[in-house]
Structure formats: structure tokens, C-alpha cells
Design a protein around this ligand. Structure first.
Ligand code: ATP
Length: 884
């Protein structure tokens, strides 16, 4: 039987549940039987498949072909198979590292998804509990509020003006009004999904009102499960940097290929001159070209970026910034404006009523307590939304216990709060059968709906004088940075015909005001100062009153003068064009509606600014989507906003955004350091081979290049990604978002540093030959080759140390990078091993070298440190200060 054709009692019976929900024990039993409330996920690749995927890389294929060709020639000519073994070893090690990195990155992302897993409010054991949505079972009674996403298919039991947006299922974006009554088929065969008004479906969102519903289907049995048989989780898009790097890799690959063909050609001509082209001769040249290609194409770049990003987001999540879209990490570093909510983000959202205004405090307390969704727990402490809880506590301090009052005068109707209207109303049945309505909300809005006021004993007509009095009371409370709420009532002889805000919220009788303190978060002020130093503008956006907002903004150092604040009403009078022009004038927006937030974001974006915007309420989704960095609130935020956010703050704290920006800058800086390191290293390898080939000697064998490039280079590159931020990271203006990879002189640095490493490598070659043969000459030299290998590897290793900072002296860096030291140790060990362990040295065709030669090679390699230090010194002196 279809549940929408049954009464809710019938459905409860059929699913063996009750209006107050299942017991914990029953729920676990049902979960054991029927499984979790999850949609089937795409199957993950096995390790073997991942390994094979690594082998599909074009460079690896070239390498394997090279291995096969040299294997065949070795078999025919009776030479050793050392080359084949080394190439294959490099291929395997590289692929294993690749698989390892990939799964580590994936695990990091999965862990993040687990942190941000959706939760639902459910009635279990007779009370409301928050559980992971995947733990819901059929028969559970769930509680739905504005902003929640519906976690399963369910039949409604209660609906207080519940409106649901079901676009994900029906394509219809206009919210549907939900009811609890049975639906009738009439003469139709079935009722279409969009018309099943007493049901709610997984994947839709509550946009207004409240309700409870009983779960009728979970996981793949839901309507969502039926259409999305195996939902392919949206693959994380590539970040702009990753895209740019891929393009760069392509360009470089072609360039290198060109150089390879050139070198291959020159070598063939030389062979021809030297006495004819032979099979082995051609093979050797081919191998040089191949290894050059493999050595020079920076395919490690993409891997380094992925791993640095994933480690970065894990670190950020530990600092309460949960990144939902990888692209956000890069954009964070470019952030120029942070638009932040006030309540809970800049302040603690720990409200306490400290002052009041009115002529009948008990009535004020009664109205504030009854028109309220918070409740008293066993210890008589209020629980619920902080503003509401403060008011229930206030009532209790006046001797008004909410639960007892609700028993005597139960709530029979309501118009729920929404931040656009800034009001909330409830209707209560009195003992004599009449009805009383209480309305609370923003004073400036509420007073406009009041035609009378309560003087302590009777209703008096509202006068201009009284309005003025209320206005100045409001202002004096707000000027003390208090959040002011007002209350009113309206008496009804019979139950009001309609429960719409428009019908209820008129002809009200004003009762009074409460002022509540919401202390600012102590960490916010320093964070705002940090933003200032980092060239980032902080903007406060709040639904609260202008005077309250201004008082708090001044305390925080966001503004100095009142003229920097503007209200939503004033915004309504300004055109978008005008706003785009004036946007820089304002840092406080008060009494705004959620729609205003979109205008504010767009106005900044029109000025080419990168904007972060926070949001929590159901209506904040559009502005979060529009912002470059949409920031959701982990504690107070609704599902709807969290789902569209790029980043979610686990602690709702403004300071966390600033930490995240700093991390974003650090990560980007580090990726650039790794890029500079890898490309300059690759360049030095290509240049060395290029020069040697032109001059007609072999400086390094293909396997040497492979070893350096694919084994010893990757550790320092990744370690550079773990660098701590530099001292001045937050003292520079934000990076421009359209900046290329080579911006800030990185291209020039790569070229001269690559040339420098080439120079010391060539020097090592000739000195090596001189130390062995006693003459300076251009010829093939085994000792020279060994020394060149040692110098090149070690120069790159030392150069990774240089890269800890692009401009600062490494001797002045306070923080250590233990990963880099470990990576350098690994490089040193591996390099020394292939030179000094006889069987390995033989396989790599290295000559044993003396201690003296070893130290000379090391000394030459070390030269890169003083050289770079001197250049950095001049760069610091003469270069204009640049973005981090
Ligand atoms: P922010 O935008 O910084 O979070 P806010 O919490 O004041 O500020 P809203 O939640 O949109 O923003 O509230 C707007 C106004 O509505 C408040 O200033 C207050 O006057 C009123 N208000 C807030 N909560 C309630 C409530 N539960 N019942 C009635 N009125 C409320």
C-alpha cells in the first residue's frame, strides 16, 4: 500500500512505530536487518588496477619500450642486462610511489567527507537525538526544520507551514507546501511524485517551517536511490593550478620531444662522421633521447600538487576548516575580502538577557518564553537556538517555567521565524477557550505592526510619542552592543482562520524590549588585525540592528566611524551600479536580508575582488554559491548552506577563516617552491645532456638520469610542500587570482638556477677527468661521469634547501622542515649507495672514486647554496615587494 494513500496512524502501524519514535534498541536491530541509509557508491579500483593505471602514463610506456629494446640487444650482443633491470626497477618504484600517493590523497579526502557527514534529528527513546543520516532506519521519526536536507523518504506526521524544495527529484524549484492529510487517487492510477504532498523525499530541502515525519524508505529504496542507481560521486574537479600545470606539462613535453629529436639527429650525424652508423650506436643515441625525454618532462609535478593539496586540507580540517572543494584551497590564498556574519562568527553566540524595557516585565517574560522553540532541560537550563534559549532562561529567572506554561496554554498554531521577516508568532489556547498570540522579533519591524501598547494594565493606542520612547530605548540598548528583541501580543476570541504571517502579524499590542549581550570572540580581534596586515578587508554582515552592529564592529576594529555602516533598507535605495561604485565605503551591513548578501558579493566581484562569504541560514545558499569562497557554518549552519559551501567551519569561528587563508597562501607558496625545484632540476639535466651531446661526450647514461629524476628528486619536492609558512606570509597583499605559474620572477629563477646546476655538473665532469687523467680535454671519461652524477644529484639536493624560501636567506629561517631533512638524507643515501656499493656501481657503470674526488664533487654541489644566497640578497634589495 502506498503510504501517501494511508493515514499517518495506518503508516505508523504498518511500520510498527510510534509518534514518539523507535527505541534505540529497535533502531539498531532494524539497521542490522536492513543496512545503512546510503546510496550505493561507485566501486573503487583495486590496488592492481591502480598500479596498471600508473603504467599507462605515456612516459612509462616509452621507458618500457626502451627496456624491451635494450633487453633484446643485450640478449643478442651478450652484454649485461643491468640497464633493463634498472629501468624496470625505476618503473616499478615510481608506480608504487604513485599508487601510494594516490591512495593517501584519496584517504585524506575520504576522511574529510566523513567529518562533514550529514546528520539528522530523530526521535529515539522518546527524545530528540542527532544521529548520522546513514544510521536512520525505516520507522524512525525525524524532525525537519528550515534548512535541513531531507535524509530519507518519509510520511509526514506533523507540518507547521512546512515548505519543501524538490528540484533534485522533480525539477520543480518552487517549494511545495506539505500537508499531513491522506491523499485520494480519484480516477487517476497514481499520484505523481511532485503531488504527494504528505510525503517528503531524500535529496529535497526544507525551505520553511517545521515538521515531523516517519521514515518509509532508506538508501537505495528511496526515490532518489531509484533514479541514481549508482550515484557516481562528483569527481573532484581539478584546481586551476592543476589545469595550468597540465597545460605546462604538455608544452614542456613537446619542447623536450623537439630537443630529443634534435639531439638524436646530431648524434646520428656524429656517428656517421665517426666511422659509420652501427646498430649499437643508433641504440645508444636512441636511449639517450628516450631518457632525456623521461628525465626532462616534469611528470612529477601533478603528483606533487595532488599530495601537497591533500595533506594541506587534512591539516586544515584539524584546525576546524573543512574544505569541501579542493579548488577552494588555491582561491583562499587570493582572498581579498571576507564578508562575515556577526552572530556566532564574530561573537560567541552565547546570549544572556541583561536589560529590558517595558511596563510589565512578567508579561514580557511570558511572551518571550512562549513564542519560542527552546526548552528547559532537566537542570532547568534552556536548550535550543542561543537567542531563544537566552529568552527562556530570562523567563525562568522571572519564575516562568516554560514546560509548565505550555501545559496550561498549549501552542496551537504558529508562523515560524524567518530571517527575511525577522519575526515569529505563536498562538496559544487559553483556559477560557479564547486564544492569545505572541509575536517576537526585531523591534524596528515589530513596532511598525503595533497599533497599541500595554501599559501594565490595559491596551493603549500607539502614539508617536510612545514610538519615540521605544526607539530611544532600543537605541540605548543597541549602543551598548546588545542584541534587542521586542515582544507583542494579540488576543483572539476564536482560533485565527489563517496562520500566515500577513494575517497574524498586524494590530499587535507592544509589550516591551529585551537587551541581550553576546560577547565577542576574543580571538577575532587579532584575526582582523592579521587580515589588515595581509591586505584583506573584513566586512560584517548582520541581520541585527545597525546600532548593535556598529558598536560591535567598533570594538573589533572593523570600522572607526558610523558612516562606514549601511542598512538593508538603505541598500534597497541604491542601484547595483551605484553599489559597485560605493562598495569600498562600507564595512558594516545591518538589518540585511539574505538577498542583499548576493548584491554585496557581486559588487565586490565587479571590482575584481576575490570574496569569501559566510552563511548559515536556509536563504544564504545563493550568496554562498556566488562568493568565490562560500563558507558554511558547522555548528549553527543548515544542511542547505553546508551543501553548497566550499569550506565549512567546524567551530563557526571567523578566526578559522583567517587561519584557512594563511594555510591557503602557505600551500600555494609551497607548491610553487616544489615547481621551481622540479623544473630547475629538470632543466639542469636537459642542459647537461644537451651541452655534452653538442661537444661530443657522454656525461650521463640514461639510467643515471632516470634514477635522479624519478627517485631522488621526488622526495625533496614533496617535502618542500610541507614547509611551514614563511614569517611574512600574512604581511603581503593577496596574490592575484589570474597570476600564472611563472609570475613573480619564477620563470627567470628556474632558468638561471637550472643553468647554475648545469655549470657545476659540467665542472665536476671535467675536474673528474683531470683528476684521473691529468689533462683537461673533451672526451669520454668514466671518472668524470661518476663525479658529474654525484654533483648533479647532490646539487639538486642542496638546491632543495635553497627552495625553502624563494627570497629569504635559508640561514635565517626559524622553523625546521624535518621532512626535507629526511628527504635530503634519503637522496644522499641513495646516491652514495649506487656509487659506493660495488654491485650497484657496476650495474650503473660507475667507476670507484677516491675520497678526494667524492669531496670535490660534493663541494661543487654545495656551491649552489652560496650562489643562490648571494642572488637572493640582491633580489631582496632590488626587487619590488611582491605578493607571497
Ligand atoms: P547574523 O546575520 O549576524 O547571524 P542575526 O542572527 O541577527 O545576525 P538573523 O538570525 O537573520 O540574523 O536575525 C535577524 C533579526 O531577527 C535579529 O536581529 C532579531 O531581531 C530577529 N530574530 C532573531 N532570532 C529570532 C527569533 N528566534 N525570533 C524572533 N526574532 C528573531
Amino acid at each position: 500500500m502506498k503510504q501517501y494513500l494511508q493515514t499517518s496512524e495506518e503508516v505508523l502501524q504498518a511500520l510498527k512505530s510510534r509518534k514518539d519514535g523507535l527505541s534505540d534498541a529497535e533502531a539498531s536491530k532494524r539497521q542490522e536487518e536492513n543496512g545503512k541509509n546510503k546510496l550505493r557508491e561507485e566501486k573503487k579500483d583495486s590496488v592492481a588496477v591502480r598500479f596498471i593505471n600508473q603504467l599507462k602514463d605515456p612516459m612509462i610506456i616509452i621507458l618500457m619500450i626502451a627496456a624491451v629494446i635494450s633487453g633484446i640487444t643485450a640478449a643478442y650482443s651478450g652484454e649485461s642486462f643491468a640497464d633493463v633491470i634498472i629501468i624496470m626497477a625505476v618503473v616499478v618504484i615510481n608506480s608504487v610511489l604513485g599508487v601510494y600517493q594516490e591512495s593517501k590523497a584519496e584517504k585524506a579526502i575520504e576522511a574529510l567527507q566523513a567529518i562533514s557527514a550529514a546528520t539528522s534529528k530523530v526521535m529515539r527513546d522518546g527524545r530528540i537525538q542527532v544521529v548520522k543520516s546513514e544510521d536512520l532506519v525505516v520507522g524512525d521519526v525525524i524532525v525537519l526544520e528550515a534548512g535541513d536536507s531531507v535524509p530519507a523518504d518519509a510520511r509526514l506526521l506533523d507540518s507547521a507551514s512546512l515548505k519543501i524544495e524538490e528540484a533534485a527529484l522533480t525539477g520543480e524549484s518552487v517549494p511545495v507546501d506539505k500537508v499531513i492529510e491522506v491523499l485520494y487517487l480519484g480516477d487517476q492510477k497514481d499520484i505523481s511524485l511532485g503531488d504527494r504532498k504528505n510525503m517528503v523525499y531524500m535529496g529535497s530541502a526544507v525551505v520553511y517551517g517545521r515538521g515531523t515525519a516517519m521514515v518509509t524508505a532508506i538508501g537505495m529504496d528511496t526515490e532518489m536511490g531509484k533514479i541514481a542507481d549508482a550515484i557516481t560521486q562528483a569527481k573532484d574537479n581539478q584546481t586551476p593550478l592543476q589545469i595550468k600545470l597540465n597545460q605546462l606539462s604538455k608544452v614542456l613535453s613537446w619542447l623536450v620531444l623537439g630537443i630529443c629529436v634534435f639531439i638524436f639527429g646530431i648524434s646520428l650525424i656524429r656517428l656517421n662522421m665517426d666511422g659509420g652508423i652501427t646498430g649499437t650506436g643508433v641504440l645508444n643515441t636512441f636511449m639517450v633521447a628516450v631518457s632525456l625525454a623521461v628525465a626532462a618532462i616534469p611528470e612529477g609535478l601533478a603528483a606533487v600538487v595532488t599530495i601537497v593539496l591533500s595533506i594541506g586540507v587534512t591539516k586544515m580540517s584539524k584546525q576546524n576548516a573543512i574544505i569541501r572543494k579542493l579548488t577552494a584551497v588555491e582561491t583562499l590564498g587570493c582572498t581579498q575580502v571576507i564578508c562575515s556574519d556577526k552572530t556566532g562568527t564574530l561573537t560567541q553566540n552565547k546570549m544572556t538577557v541583561v536589560d529590558q524595557f517595558g511596563l510589565d516585565e512578567p508579561l514580557l517574560g511570558r511572551a518571550m518564553t512562549l513564542c519560542n522553540d527552546a526548552y528547559l532541560n532537566e537542570d532547568n537550563k534552556a536548550e535550543g537556538e542561543p537567542t531563544e534559549a537566552a529568552l527562556v532562561n530570562y523567563g525562568f529567572s522571572l519564575g516562568l517555567a516554560k514546560d509548565e506554561m505550555e501545559k496550561k496554554t498549549p501552542r496551537v498554531g504558529e508562523a515560524p521565524f524567518d530571517s527575511g521577516r525577522k519575526l515569529m508568532s505563536t498562538i496559544h489556547q487559553m483556559a477560557d477557550g479564547s486564544f492569545e498570540q505572541y509575536t517576537k522579533g526585531a523591534p524596528d519591524v515589530l513596532v511598525a505592526h503595533c497599533t497599541t501598547y500595554w501599559d501594565g494594565s490595559s491596551q493603549k493606542p500607539m502614539t508617536d510619542e510612545m514610538k519615540k520612547k521605544i526607539g530611544s530605548a532600543n537605541k540605548s540598548l543597541a549602543d551598548q552592543a546588545l542584541r534587542v528583541l521586542s515582544a507583542a501580543f494579540r488576543a483572539w476570541d476564536t482560533m485565527p482562520q489563517e496562520q500566515t504571517p500577513g494575517y497574524l502579524e498586524q494590530e499587535l499590542c507592544f509589550i516591551g524590549l529585551t537587551g541581550m549581550i553576546d560577547p565577542i570572540r576574543p580571538e577575532v580581534k587579532p584575526a582582523i588585525e592579521e587580515c589588515k596586515a595581509a591586505g584583506i578587508r573584513t566586512v560584517m554582515i548582520t541581520g541585527d540592528h545597525r546600532d548593535t552592529a556598529v558598536a560591535i564592529a567598533k570594538q573589533l576594529g572593523i570600522i572607526i566611524d558610523d558612516s562606514e555602516a549601511i542598512t538593508g533598507a538603505q541598500l534597497n535605495d541604491i542601484s547595483d551600479e551605484q553599489l559597485s561604485e560605493d562598495i569600498v565605503k562600507y564595512s558594516v551591513y545591518a538589518r540585511v536580508q539574505p538577498e542583499h548578501k548576493v548584491r554585496i558579493v557581486k559588487a565586490w566581484q565587479n571590482k575584481d575582488m576575490i570574496v569569501a562569504m559566510t552563511g548559515d541560514g536556509v536563504n544564504d545558499a545563493p550568496s554562498i554559491k556566488t562568493a568565490d569562497i562560500g563558507v558554511g557554518m558547522g555548528i549553527t549552519g543548515t544542511d542547505v548552506t553546508k551543501n553548497v559551501a566550499d569550506m565549512v567551519l567546524a567551530d563557526d569561528n571567523f578566526a578559522t577563516i583567517v587561519h584557512a587563508v594563511r594555510e591557503g597562501r602557505r600551500i600555494y607558496d609551497n607548491i610553487r617552491k616544489a615547481i621551481q625545484f622540479l623544473i630547475s632540476s629538470n632543466l639542469s639535466e636537459v642542459l647537461s645532456i644537451f651541452v655534452a651531446t653538442l661537444l661530443g661526450f657522454v656525461i650521463l647514461k640514461p639510467v643515471h638520469l632516470l634514477w635522479i629524476n624519478l627517485i631522488t628528486d621526488s622526495f625533496p619536492a614533496i617535502a618542500l610542500g610541507m614547509e611551514a609558512e614563511e614569517a611574512d606570509t600574512m604581511n603581503n597583499p593577496p596574490r592575484k587570482s589570474n597570476e600564472g605559474i611563472f609570475a613573480g620572477g619564477l620563470g627567470f629563477d628556474v632558468i638561471w638556477q637550472g643553468t647554475m646546476v648545469t655549470a657545476v655538473t659540467l665542472a665536476a665532469y671535467f675536474i673528474g677527468h683531470f683528476m684521473e687523467a691529468g689533462v683537461w680535454e673533451i672526451t669520454n671519461s668514466p671518472d668524470g661521469m661518476t663525479m658529474a652524477f654525484l654533483t648533479l644529484s647532490m646539487a639538486e639536493m642542496f638546491h632543495s634547501l635553497n627552495m625553502r624560501s624563494r627570497r629569504q636567506s635559508i640561514f635565517l629561517m626559524k622553523k625546521r622542515n624535518k621532512f626535507l631533512f629526511m628527504a635530503m638524507a634519503a637522496s644522499l643515501l641513495l646516491t652514495t649507495m649506487v656509487i659506493a656499493v660495488p654491485p650497484l656501481a657496476a650495474a650503473f657503470q660507475f667507476e670507484p672514486i677516491s675520497f678526494k674526488e667524492y669531496f670535490v664533487a660534493m663541494g661543487l654541489a654545495f656551491m649552489v647554496i652560496p650562489i643562490v644566497e648571494v642572488v637572493k640578497f640582491f633580489q631582496r634589495k632590488y626587487e619590488p615587494k611582491q605578493a607571497a
